[in-house]
Design a protein around this ligand. Structure first.
Ligand code: FPP
Length: 259
Protein backbone atom coordinates (compact mmCIF):
# COMPACT_ATOMS: atom_id res chain seq x y z
CA UNK A 1 0.00 0.00 0.00
CA UNK A 2 1.37 3.39 -0.91
CA UNK A 3 1.66 6.06 1.79
CA UNK A 4 1.96 8.88 -0.69
CA UNK A 5 -0.63 11.54 0.07
CA UNK A 6 -3.66 11.12 -2.12
CA UNK A 7 -3.64 13.54 -5.02
CA UNK A 8 -6.98 15.29 -5.12
CA UNK A 9 -9.08 14.47 -8.12
CA UNK A 10 -9.61 17.38 -10.49
CA UNK A 11 -13.08 17.81 -9.01
CA UNK A 12 -11.59 18.26 -5.52
CA UNK A 13 -8.87 20.74 -6.49
CA UNK A 14 -9.60 24.38 -5.78
CA UNK A 15 -11.41 25.59 -8.87
CA UNK A 16 -9.79 28.39 -10.80
CA UNK A 17 -11.49 31.72 -10.33
CA UNK A 18 -12.13 32.90 -13.85
CA UNK A 19 -12.02 36.67 -14.29
CA UNK A 20 -15.37 37.99 -15.47
CA UNK A 21 -13.86 40.63 -17.75
CA UNK A 22 -10.53 40.19 -19.54
CA UNK A 23 -9.06 43.02 -21.62
CA UNK A 24 -6.17 42.49 -24.02
CA UNK A 25 -3.63 44.85 -25.59
CA UNK A 26 -2.88 42.88 -28.75
CA UNK A 27 0.72 43.71 -29.63
CA UNK A 28 3.47 42.23 -31.76
CA UNK A 29 1.84 41.74 -35.17
CA UNK A 30 4.55 43.77 -36.91
CA UNK A 31 7.42 41.94 -35.20
CA UNK A 32 5.81 38.57 -35.94
CA UNK A 33 5.85 39.45 -39.64
CA UNK A 34 9.33 41.03 -39.63
CA UNK A 35 10.80 37.91 -37.99
CA UNK A 36 9.57 35.96 -41.03
CA UNK A 37 10.60 38.54 -43.61
CA UNK A 38 6.93 39.26 -44.35
CA UNK A 39 5.21 42.65 -44.72
CA UNK A 40 3.72 44.02 -41.49
CA UNK A 41 0.21 43.62 -42.84
CA UNK A 42 0.73 39.86 -42.92
CA UNK A 43 1.20 40.03 -39.15
CA UNK A 44 -2.09 41.94 -38.82
CA UNK A 45 -3.79 39.34 -41.02
CA UNK A 46 -2.59 36.60 -38.67
CA UNK A 47 -3.59 38.82 -35.76
CA UNK A 48 -7.17 38.78 -37.00
CA UNK A 49 -7.11 34.98 -36.87
CA UNK A 50 -5.98 35.23 -33.25
CA UNK A 51 -8.84 37.65 -32.54
CA UNK A 52 -11.18 34.95 -33.79
CA UNK A 53 -9.62 32.07 -31.82
CA UNK A 54 -9.24 34.13 -28.64
CA UNK A 55 -12.89 35.24 -28.74
CA UNK A 56 -13.98 31.61 -28.44
CA UNK A 57 -11.09 30.49 -26.21
CA UNK A 58 -12.06 33.10 -23.62
CA UNK A 59 -15.66 31.97 -23.68
CA UNK A 60 -14.63 28.29 -23.36
CA UNK A 61 -12.59 29.20 -20.30
CA UNK A 62 -15.58 30.89 -18.65
CA UNK A 63 -14.81 34.56 -19.31
CA UNK A 64 -17.97 36.64 -19.77
CA UNK A 65 -16.57 39.76 -21.36
CA UNK A 66 -13.53 40.22 -23.57
CA UNK A 67 -12.29 43.66 -24.58
CA UNK A 68 -9.72 43.84 -27.38
CA UNK A 69 -7.66 46.96 -28.16
CA UNK A 70 -8.03 46.81 -31.94
CA UNK A 71 -7.22 50.39 -33.00
CA UNK A 72 -6.06 53.28 -30.86
CA UNK A 73 -6.49 57.01 -31.46
CA UNK A 74 -2.71 57.09 -31.96
CA UNK A 75 -2.76 54.35 -34.64
CA UNK A 76 -3.96 56.88 -37.28
CA UNK A 77 -0.36 58.21 -37.28
CA UNK A 78 0.96 54.95 -38.77
CA UNK A 79 1.89 54.93 -42.49
CA UNK A 80 -1.23 55.48 -44.60
CA UNK A 81 -0.98 52.11 -46.33
CA UNK A 82 -0.87 50.30 -42.97
CA UNK A 83 -3.89 52.26 -41.66
CA UNK A 84 -5.75 51.48 -44.90
CA UNK A 85 -4.86 47.79 -44.64
CA UNK A 86 -6.02 47.67 -40.98
CA UNK A 87 -9.36 49.24 -41.95
CA UNK A 88 -9.68 46.73 -44.79
CA UNK A 89 -9.02 43.85 -42.39
CA UNK A 90 -11.53 45.19 -39.92
CA UNK A 91 -14.18 45.46 -42.61
CA UNK A 92 -13.44 41.91 -43.83
CA UNK A 93 -13.53 40.62 -40.25
CA UNK A 94 -16.88 42.26 -39.46
CA UNK A 95 -18.47 41.01 -42.69
CA UNK A 96 -17.27 37.49 -42.03
CA UNK A 97 -18.02 37.37 -38.32
CA UNK A 98 -21.60 38.65 -38.25
CA UNK A 99 -23.05 35.21 -39.05
CA UNK A 100 -20.71 33.55 -36.54
CA UNK A 101 -21.65 35.98 -33.79
CA UNK A 102 -25.34 35.35 -34.39
CA UNK A 103 -24.88 31.56 -34.56
CA UNK A 104 -22.64 31.43 -31.47
CA UNK A 105 -24.50 34.07 -29.50
CA UNK A 106 -21.71 36.61 -29.11
CA UNK A 107 -22.84 40.14 -28.32
CA UNK A 108 -20.66 42.76 -30.03
CA UNK A 109 -20.09 46.19 -28.51
CA UNK A 110 -17.52 48.90 -29.11
CA UNK A 111 -15.75 51.60 -27.14
CA UNK A 112 -14.04 54.60 -28.72
CA UNK A 113 -14.85 57.37 -31.16
CA UNK A 114 -16.36 55.01 -33.73
CA UNK A 115 -18.12 57.96 -35.39
CA UNK A 116 -14.69 58.84 -36.85
CA UNK A 117 -14.20 55.39 -38.39
CA UNK A 118 -14.83 54.89 -42.15
CA UNK A 119 -18.56 54.92 -43.00
CA UNK A 120 -18.60 51.31 -44.24
CA UNK A 121 -17.17 50.07 -40.94
CA UNK A 122 -19.66 52.16 -38.94
CA UNK A 123 -22.50 50.60 -40.91
CA UNK A 124 -21.23 47.06 -40.30
CA UNK A 125 -20.73 47.81 -36.62
CA UNK A 126 -24.26 49.18 -36.25
CA UNK A 127 -25.74 46.12 -37.98
CA UNK A 128 -23.69 43.64 -35.91
CA UNK A 129 -24.41 45.41 -32.62
CA UNK A 130 -28.12 45.47 -33.44
CA UNK A 131 -28.29 41.82 -34.48
CA UNK A 132 -26.40 40.56 -31.42
CA UNK A 133 -27.86 42.83 -28.74
CA UNK A 134 -29.89 40.07 -27.05
CA UNK A 135 -26.91 37.78 -26.36
CA UNK A 136 -26.02 38.81 -22.83
CA UNK A 137 -24.06 35.67 -21.78
CA UNK A 138 -20.88 36.64 -23.56
CA UNK A 139 -19.76 40.03 -24.87
CA UNK A 140 -16.91 40.97 -27.17
CA UNK A 141 -15.98 44.64 -26.89
CA UNK A 142 -13.78 46.08 -29.63
CA UNK A 143 -11.87 49.21 -28.69
CA UNK A 144 -11.82 51.16 -31.96
CA UNK A 145 -10.34 54.63 -32.32
CA UNK A 146 -10.03 54.33 -28.55
CA UNK A 147 -7.84 56.21 -26.10
CA UNK A 148 -8.40 56.73 -22.39
CA UNK A 149 -7.60 60.42 -22.56
CA UNK A 150 -10.11 61.13 -25.34
CA UNK A 151 -12.61 59.02 -23.39
CA UNK A 152 -12.15 61.25 -20.32
CA UNK A 153 -12.48 64.39 -22.45
CA UNK A 154 -15.68 63.02 -24.06
CA UNK A 155 -17.07 62.02 -20.65
CA UNK A 156 -16.24 65.42 -19.09
CA UNK A 157 -17.98 67.17 -21.98
CA UNK A 158 -21.09 64.98 -21.69
CA UNK A 159 -21.09 65.41 -17.91
CA UNK A 160 -20.84 69.20 -18.21
CA UNK A 161 -23.72 69.18 -20.73
CA UNK A 162 -25.81 67.10 -18.31
CA UNK A 163 -25.05 69.55 -15.49
CA UNK A 164 -26.01 72.48 -17.75
CA UNK A 165 -29.27 70.70 -18.63
CA UNK A 166 -30.03 70.15 -14.94
CA UNK A 167 -29.74 66.34 -15.23
CA UNK A 168 -26.71 66.15 -12.90
CA UNK A 169 -25.92 68.25 -9.85
CA UNK A 170 -22.29 69.37 -9.80
CA UNK A 171 -22.13 69.17 -6.00
CA UNK A 172 -23.18 65.51 -6.05
CA UNK A 173 -20.26 64.67 -8.33
CA UNK A 174 -18.86 61.23 -7.53
CA UNK A 175 -17.06 58.47 -9.40
CA UNK A 176 -20.36 56.57 -9.55
CA UNK A 177 -22.09 59.42 -11.36
CA UNK A 178 -19.11 60.48 -13.54
CA UNK A 179 -18.28 56.94 -14.68
CA UNK A 180 -21.74 56.71 -16.26
CA UNK A 181 -20.41 59.06 -18.96
CA UNK A 182 -17.47 56.84 -19.93
CA UNK A 183 -17.77 54.62 -23.02
CA UNK A 184 -17.76 51.65 -20.64
CA UNK A 185 -20.69 52.92 -18.52
CA UNK A 186 -22.67 49.70 -18.77
CA UNK A 187 -19.71 47.29 -18.50
CA UNK A 188 -18.06 45.89 -15.39
CA UNK A 189 -14.43 46.94 -14.91
CA UNK A 190 -11.76 44.60 -16.29
CA UNK A 191 -10.41 42.11 -13.74
CA UNK A 192 -7.41 41.10 -15.81
CA UNK A 193 -5.50 43.09 -18.44
CA UNK A 194 -3.09 41.17 -20.66
CA UNK A 195 -0.49 42.68 -22.99
CA UNK A 196 1.33 40.51 -25.47
CA UNK A 197 4.76 40.92 -27.12
CA UNK A 198 6.88 41.63 -24.05
CA UNK A 199 6.05 45.35 -23.82
CA UNK A 200 5.20 46.46 -20.27
CA UNK A 201 3.03 49.50 -20.95
CA UNK A 202 -0.66 50.39 -20.76
CA UNK A 203 -0.64 52.69 -23.81
CA UNK A 204 -3.71 54.78 -22.98
CA UNK A 205 -5.96 51.70 -22.58
CA UNK A 206 -8.75 51.62 -19.95
CA UNK A 207 -6.62 53.68 -17.56
CA UNK A 208 -9.49 54.45 -15.17
CA UNK A 209 -11.37 51.18 -15.54
CA UNK A 210 -8.24 49.12 -14.81
CA UNK A 211 -7.60 50.90 -11.52
CA UNK A 212 -7.90 47.59 -9.61
CA UNK A 213 -7.18 45.14 -12.43
CA UNK A 214 -4.36 42.63 -12.40
CA UNK A 215 -1.85 43.00 -15.24
CA UNK A 216 -0.19 40.08 -16.97
CA UNK A 217 2.54 40.80 -19.53
CA UNK A 218 3.51 37.92 -21.79
CA UNK A 219 6.38 37.80 -24.30
CA UNK A 220 4.19 35.92 -26.80
CA UNK A 221 3.55 37.92 -29.99
CA UNK A 222 -0.18 38.39 -30.66
CA UNK A 223 -0.38 36.14 -33.77
CA UNK A 224 1.13 33.30 -31.69
CA UNK A 225 -1.17 33.82 -28.67
CA UNK A 226 -3.15 30.63 -27.93
CA UNK A 227 -5.85 29.38 -25.61
CA UNK A 228 -3.04 27.89 -23.46
CA UNK A 229 -1.46 31.36 -23.13
CA UNK A 230 -4.81 32.79 -22.07
CA UNK A 231 -5.27 29.96 -19.56
CA UNK A 232 -1.74 30.67 -18.22
CA UNK A 233 -2.63 34.34 -17.73
CA UNK A 234 -5.80 33.32 -15.87
CA UNK A 235 -3.74 30.96 -13.69
CA UNK A 236 -1.36 33.86 -12.92
CA UNK A 237 -4.38 36.03 -12.05
CA UNK A 238 -5.37 33.32 -9.56
CA UNK A 239 -1.99 33.53 -7.84
CA UNK A 240 -2.49 37.24 -7.13
CA UNK A 241 -4.38 38.64 -4.19
CA UNK A 242 -6.63 41.53 -5.11
CA UNK A 243 -6.99 43.78 -2.09
CA UNK A 244 -8.88 46.80 -3.48
CA UNK A 245 -7.04 49.02 -0.98
CA UNK A 246 -7.77 46.76 2.03
CA UNK A 247 -5.36 44.59 4.06
CA UNK A 248 -4.98 40.82 3.64
CA UNK A 249 -6.55 40.36 7.08
CA UNK A 250 -9.60 42.37 6.13
CA UNK A 251 -10.03 40.22 3.06
CA UNK A 252 -9.63 36.96 5.01
CA UNK A 253 -11.16 37.65 8.43
CA UNK A 254 -11.57 33.94 9.19
CA UNK A 255 -7.90 33.19 8.41
CA UNK A 256 -6.76 36.14 10.54
CA UNK A 257 -8.90 35.03 13.51
CA UNK A 258 -7.12 31.65 13.89
CA UNK A 259 -3.60 33.20 13.85
C1 FPP B 1 -0.22 45.79 -32.62
O1 FPP B 1 0.74 45.21 -33.44
C2 FPP B 1 -1.56 45.59 -33.11
C3 FPP B 1 -2.41 46.57 -33.56
C4 FPP B 1 -2.02 47.82 -34.22
C5 FPP B 1 -3.83 46.42 -33.34
C6 FPP B 1 -4.36 45.01 -33.42
C7 FPP B 1 -4.97 44.76 -34.73
C8 FPP B 1 -5.36 43.54 -35.14
C9 FPP B 1 -5.20 42.30 -34.34
C10 FPP B 1 -5.95 43.38 -36.49
C11 FPP B 1 -7.31 44.04 -36.66
C12 FPP B 1 -8.26 43.81 -35.56
C13 FPP B 1 -9.53 43.32 -35.69
C14 FPP B 1 -10.40 43.26 -34.50
C15 FPP B 1 -10.05 42.83 -36.95
P1 FPP B 1 1.93 46.15 -33.89
O2 FPP B 1 1.73 46.47 -35.32
O3 FPP B 1 2.04 47.34 -33.00
O4 FPP B 1 3.14 45.18 -33.66
P2 FPP B 1 4.66 45.62 -33.43
O5 FPP B 1 4.71 46.33 -32.10
O6 FPP B 1 5.38 44.32 -33.40
O7 FPP B 1 5.05 46.50 -34.58
Amino acid sequence: MSHAPARPSSAERTPLHVPHHVAIIMDGNGRWAQKRGLPRIEGHRRGVETVRTTTFAARDLGVKMLTLYAFSVENWKRPQDEVGALMGLLEYYLKKELATFVRDRVRLRTIGRTEEMPAGIQKLLRATIEETKEFTDYTLVLALNYGSRTEVVDAARAYAAAVAAGQEKLNDGSWASFSRYLYTAEFPEPDLVIRTSGENRISNFLLLQAAYAEFVFTPVLWPDFTKADLAAAIAEFNRRERRFGLTSEQLKPAAAAVK
